[in-house]
Structures are given as structure tokens and as C-alpha cells.
Design a protein around this ligand. Structure first.
Ligand code: ADP
Length: 668
């Protein structure tokens, strides 16, 4: 076991003294560390390089080969003295061809050494000592480790790290490059870098090369490159020149980072700030404007932009007299003609939830909705209409829970509208509803104020006319020489009665407004009352015949007789007033199961549908003819009186042909 593995020429065998001196000088001056020791391990010789490597000069014959330095394995674990190659050489007589150890020197610096301990035998072939050569590989180790470390970084980088020569030929290609551009290292090496540059950007390569040739660096250059599949990828590029040992530029290294996420984040940020700006502007407009047309136009423009819709529209929740049509109020992103054949959205199953205020409808593909295509005449999208797949409809509901209308958005592609759009539009819709309510109130106030002015002018005129007449007659009466004074007294009386009824009408209106209209309910025969009223009219009115068609028997109701008489008088005087060219008025009384209906029909000027819708409002006068007196209060009072009796009133009318006002009173 203690046998030498091979014979080593022993330095002590050198016989010639000058030759020995020469070798000693050679060893002493050698650039590698060399030492010898006896079989106990005490140093017998060391050269200059060894002392430098150890960082101290040990004492011959007193210091052991291992001196006082600590010894480690290359991975940093402490090495026990027994485990040291030299200790094993002394113990086992074996030699080592370059084992690696690390020593810590007195100044605490570390050195990595390749050691070559060899045993020395005497003439009897007994181990008499050993010698060792120490090669300092500290620097080499660091360079190798550094290189390994760097290439590990390059390989594990998520960025593409690529190098190319000055002919734009790829010379290295890491895993990141493979991941970002799709080509493997084998596919990329030796190929021109232009394979990942879109044709429209080839000029960039010339620019990059010219910079590199001038020893310039390109930092964070944002551009587009192409993946193996042809997909374009936004990247941020940093290009630096590569130089050889003599500093000559021989190529370029490129680091490319995929910035798709960054670009997407930037796009989202820009989109959000644009949306915020739109919302901010809209908020201002909504709170400042009091005209509904303007508000709706702005709302639809903003919401169309925010949702990314191809078009947006607002439909009023209104029906015309046939109960069908709708009002398309405002549009954005599409020509009005595109909607012309749209049919009546209010009546279709798809639109119904919006107009009934049930809630928001959002569909990725409306043509796949079970409610879609159910309604005549189009059963889906009318021919020539904008094709719609993505669909979003949000009701606009007022404070009083009325559905004012609906905001509708469409896009020809599917899946455009998201839940975030839904909530933004819903919140705009509720702000818009408040603004529309305010606009409506403002319009009403404006209209009422105009009506009030009109009424004051009218009332002064209406009150002045009978007063002037009365004054005239009283002047005549004051001349005692008149042959028939009672005739003038009668005329005076009629004018005073007219004055009285005008003032009464005005007082009734204020009583109704103040909720102070008192009713004296009692049972009476409505048929008898109608006959009495018609009888009275026959004294004062000579122009029209009032033809009454009564039912059999009595027709008792429980009501305020005086107020119902007022209703009859109002309707009959209107029938006479507004049929100046006719000479007949028809009155019918019908007995129904639970109510009585009175119909008063004339053949007069009639009403337009628009006039009909306003008829029962205060101060409303459809005709402004100076020869027809009135304050626009009669029908308002009539309706209020009937409502307080749980009755109702309505009218059939045709312009130029006449009107039939009919009212009902419950039997009980
Ligand atoms: P007025 O004092 O003006 O008659 P009313 O309230 O009685 O006020 O009627 C309101 C308006 O309705 C009238 O000004 C008139 O234009 C219209 N109107 C009422 N009755 C008739 C009718 N029988 N035929 C046509 N128009 C009518």
C-alpha cells in the first residue's frame, strides 16, 4: 500500500555541486510554488513562489507543510487535514496529478490551487518525505466561473439575447430569443437577422449597423419584429457593438424585450384616460344643460365612444296615437337612414326588457338570442340594416321610475361589450335620467310661465268685455226716458252672470290647486239634470238645437249635483262655441253595468291629435280665435271634478268634422 506508484528522480541524487546549485537556482526561481518536506511533514525546502503563494515565509524544519492556513474543498467545505492530498501522500505514499484545494492565507484572501504532491523514497525504498508543486489557478477559476455564470444568465434570460456579425448574420441565439421569435438556435444560427424584421422596417437594420460601426449604442428602441408564425411583436431593442481583443468592432449584441404587455398596458391607460376625459366632459354637460336634445346627443356620443360601439342610439319610450311608433331621438356612429327600416323596437321581444325597465340586455351575439328574430315583419335584422351581433341596451329610468327611453349600442363583431361597459353606461344613464327630468321640469316651468302671461292677458280681456257692456247698458238705463228699461236690465244681468262665471272658474281652479274643492254628495237623477240643463240652454242659446237621447227610466247617481251641472254646462257651451257653422248638438245618456256615460257630440271644428293630447291642461286653448271667448280652464275643471267623483272623461274628434266628449260616472 505504501508502495510508490512510480519512481521519481530525487533531487538529492544530483552529485555534481555546480549542477546542484544550478537546479536549486532553477527551482528557487521557478514561477510555480514548490516545496519539500520530511516524512513527518516538516518543511525541508520551499521556493520563492511558494512563500508568495502562502503569503508568509515558514521556518524550515519547524513548520509543517500545511503551515497555519486553513484548507477547503473547491465548493467551500473545510477540508480535514487527513483528507489533504499531501497528508495522504505522506500517509499512503501515493501521488496526485492535480487535485484542487483552496487555502485561506494569513491576510484572509483565498487561493485556488492545483496540487501535485509526490512521495520521496530513500535508497531502501522507504518513504523519506514528499515534494509538492502548487499551481495557482485562482484567476483562471474566476474567469471560467464568470463565463459559466454569464452564459447561465444569457440562457435563463426571458429577453432575447442575440449576437450578429457586421454582415447581419446571427452568431448566437439564446432561449429567450427562441421563445420570443419562435426559431430554435439551430434554425437561427448562420441566418440573416433580417428574417425577424418586417419588410417595412428593413431600413432600421441599416441604421442600426451604421450606429454600431460608429461604436454607438442603441438604447430601448421600440419597434416591431416578426415571429416565425408571421405574428408581429412589439419589442424594445438595445444594441451594442462587440469588439475583439484588439478593440476592433466585429459584430453587435442585441437584447430584445417583448413589450406586448407594456404596450397593452399603455393602450389601456390611454383608453382609460380618454374615457375619464369623456366622462368628465359629459358630467359637465349633463349638469349644465337644460335642454334634453343636447343632453341626449352628448350622452349618446360619449357612450358610443366609451363602449367602442359602431353605433349608438337613443329611443324614446313613446307611442303614437296608434300605440305603435317610437321616436328615434338621437344617433351616433351611423346614418339615420340605417335605422329607417328598423321596425318598432318597443314592440319586439329583444327590446321589450329595456322599454319595460326590466333591466340591461347585453349580448355577445344577439342573433343567437332566443328572443331574436321573433317579430314580424322582419324576423331579425331588416334587409339593408346595419348588421348587429354585439348588442347592449340600457334603460333610462326617471326618478319617478318611468322609463324615459333606452340607450342602444351595436357592433357587427361579436363579444364587443363587457360588463364594465354595462356599468359605465348604466351610471351615465342614471345621470342622464336626472338631467332629462330637470330639462323636462324646466320646459314645463317655461311653458307654464308663458301660459300664465297669456292667461293674465286673456283674463283681463275676458273680464273687461262684459264690464264694458254692463257699463254701457247702465248708462242707457240711467236715462229715465227709456220706453222698456227691463230689456236693458236683462242684458246687464246676463253680462254680470258671465262675469260671475268667469270669476267662479278662476276661483274653482285655485280651490282645486289648494285641494279645497268641497263636494256635496247626494243621490239625484242624472237624466233629469241633463233635461233641466238643456232646457236652460234653450232660453239663452238660439243658434243650436240640443237633441237628447235618454234611456228608459231614471238614472240615479251619487254625486255633487251642482258640480255635475257645471260639467254639463261646460261641455254643452264648448260644443256650441266650437261649432259655429253647425246647428245641432247631440246628447246621449247610456246606462252601463256599473256606470252611466254621457256623450255630447258636435259637428264643429274638431281637434288635431296634438291638440287632443293637451286638451285637459290648465290654460290650454287650441283655438286662439278672438271671437270665441274662454280662459282655457273649463275642460281642466271638468276633468278634475270628474276625477274627484271617480269618473273619467275623453274625446273622439276629427279636425273639421266635430268632436264627441264623453264622460262616465260610477253608479255607486
Ligand atoms: P275655453 O275656455 O278656451 O273654452 P276649455 O278648457 O273649455 O277652455 O277648452 C280648452 C280648449 O279646448 C278650447 O280653447 C278649445 O280650443 C278646445 N275645445 C274644447 N271643446 C271643444 C270642442 N267641442 N270642439 C273643438 N275644440 C274644443
Amino acid at each position: 500500500m505504501n508502495r510508490p506508484i512510480r519512481n521519481i528522480k530525487q533531487p538529492t541524487l544530483i552529485s555534481d555541486a555546480s549542477e546542484a546549485q544550478f537546479y536549486e537556482f532553477l527551482v528557487n526561481d521557478a514561477p510555480v510554488a514548490i516545496y519539500t518536506c520530511d516524512k513527518e511533514g516538516y518543511l525541508t525546502f520551499f521556493n520563492q513562489a511558494a512563500a508568495e503563494l502562502w503569503g508568509r515565509k515558514p521556518e524550515i524544519g519547524k513548520d509543517l507543510w500545511c503551515g497555519s492556513w486553513k484548507i477547503f474543498y473547491p465548493d467551500g467545505r473545510p477540508m480535514l487535514l487527513d483528507e489533504c492530498p499531501m497528508a495522504r501522500t505522506l500517509k499512503e505514499g501515493r501521488l496526485f496529478e492535480g487535485a484542487t484545494i483552496v487555502i485561506e492565507r494569513p491576510d484572509h484572501s483565498f487561493r485556488t490551487l492545483l496540487v501535485f504532491p509526490r512521495p520521496v523514497f530513500d535508497q531502501e525504498n522507504k518513504l523519506s518525505g514528499a515534494h509538492n508543486t502548487l499551481v495557482d489557478i485562482t484567476g483562471k477559476q474566476t474567469v471560467e466561473a464568470k463565463q459559466a455564470f454569464l452564459s447561465a444568465i444569457v440562457e435563463s434570460s426571458e429577453d432575447a439575447i442575440v449576437s450578429k456579425n457586421l454582415n447581419s448574420i446571427i452568431t448566437s441565439w439564446n432561449k429567450g430569443a427562441q421563445h420570443i421569435f419562435g426559431y430554435t438556435e439551430a434554425e437561427a444560427l448562420g441566418k440573416p437577422i433580417t428574417m425577424i424584421i418586417p419588410p417595412s422596417r428593413l431600413h432600421e437594420e441599416d441604421f442600426i449597423l451604421s450606429k454600431i460601426r460608429q461604436d454607438d449604442k442603441i438604447d430601448h428602441f421600440e419597434t416591431i419584429r416578426v415571429h416565425k408564425t408571421g405574428k408581429e411583436i412589439p419589442i424594445s431593442l438595445t444594441v451594442s457593438p462587440i469588439k475583439d481583443g484588439e478593440g476592433k468592432i466585429i459584430g453587435a449584441s442585441k437584447i430584445a424585450r417583448d413589450i406586448s404587455d407594456r404596450m397593452e398596458a399603455r393602450r389601456l391607460l390611454a383608453e382609460h384616460s380618454e374615457k375619464l376625459e369623456i366622462l368628465n366632459d359629459l358630467g359637465k354637460i349633463i349638469s349644465e344643460k337644460l335642454d334634453s336634445e343636447n343632453i341626449l346627443q352628448k350622452v349618446i356620443e360619449a357612450t358610443t365612444k366609451i363602449t367602442g360601439a359602431e353605433f349608438g342610439a337613443f329611443f324614446y319610450n313613446k307611442v303614437d296615437e296608434n300605440g305603435e311608433s317610437y321616436t328615434l331621438f338621437t344617433l351616433s356612429g351611423a346614418p339615420r337612414e340605417a335605422f329607417e327600416r328598423f321596425g318598432m323596437p318597443r314592440n319586439t321581444e329583444v327590446f321589450h326588457p329595456t322599454f319595460s325597465g326590466e333591466g340591461i340586455v347585453r349580448s355577445d351575439d344577439i342573433t343567437k338570442d332566443t328572443r331574436y328574430g321573433k317579430n314580424a315583419p322582419h324576423f331579425g335584422m331588416p334587409k339593408g340594416h346595419l348588421p348587429v351581433r354585439s348588442y347592449l341596451a340600457v334603460p333610462v329610468i326617471s326618478n319617478s321610475r318611468d322609463v324615459i327611453g333606452g340607450l342602444f349600442f351595436g357592433h357587427r363583431e361579436s363579444g364587443i361589450f363587457k360588463s364594465s361597459h354595462e356599468s359605465i353606461v348604466a351610471s351615465i344613464a342614471s345621470q342622464a335620467a336626472v338631467a332629462l327630468d330637470n330639462a323636462r321640469l324646466f320646459e314645463e316651468v317655461k311653458m307654464l310661465s308663458a301660459k300664465k302671461d297669456e292667461f293674465i292677458a286673456l283674463a283681463s280681456h275676458e273680464l273687461k268685455t262684459p264690464l264694458t257692456t254692463v257699463k254701457g247698458y247702465l248708462q242707457i238705463l240711467s236715462q229715465s226716458t227709456l220706453p222698456d228699461p227691463t230689456r236693458f236690465a236683462g242684458k246687464c244681468l246676463r253680462q254680470v252672470e258671465r262675469l260671475h262665471s268667469l270669476v267662479e272658474e278662476m276661483l274653482d281652479v285655485s280651490r282645486i290647486e289648494a285641494g279645497k274643492l268641497q263636494l256635496r254628495i247626494q243621490p239625484f237623477d242624472l237624466k233629469q239634470l241633463i233635461m233641466d240643463v238643456i232646457d236652460n240652454f234653450s232660453y239663452t242659446n238660439k243658434t243650436h238645437d240640443i237633441i237628447f237621447d235618454p234611456p228608459d227610466g231614471t238614472c240615479f247617481v251619487k254625486a255633487d249635483k251642482y258640480r255635475i251641472e257645471q260639467v254639463l254646462v261646460n261641455l254643452l257651451s264648448n260644443a256650441i262655441k266650437y261649432s259655429p257653422n253647425a246647428d245641432k248638438i247631440y246628447v246621449r245618456l247610456e246606462k252601463n253595468h256599473a256606470s252611466l256615460t254621457v256623450r255630447i257630440k258636435d259637428e264643429g271644428i274638431g281637434l288635431t291629435p296634438e291638440q287632443k293630447s293637451q286638451l285637459f291642461r290648465r290654460f290650454y286653448r287650441a283655438v286662439d280665435a278672438p271671437n270665441i271667448v274662454g280662459l282655457g280652464l273649463g275642460l281642466y275643471l271638468t276633468r278634475e271634478i270628474l276625477l274627484r267623483h271617480h269618473g273619467k272623461i275623453d274625446v273622439f274628434s276629427e279636425e273639421g268634422k266635430g268632436s264627441e266628449f264623453y264622460f262616465s260616472l260610477p253608479l255607486e
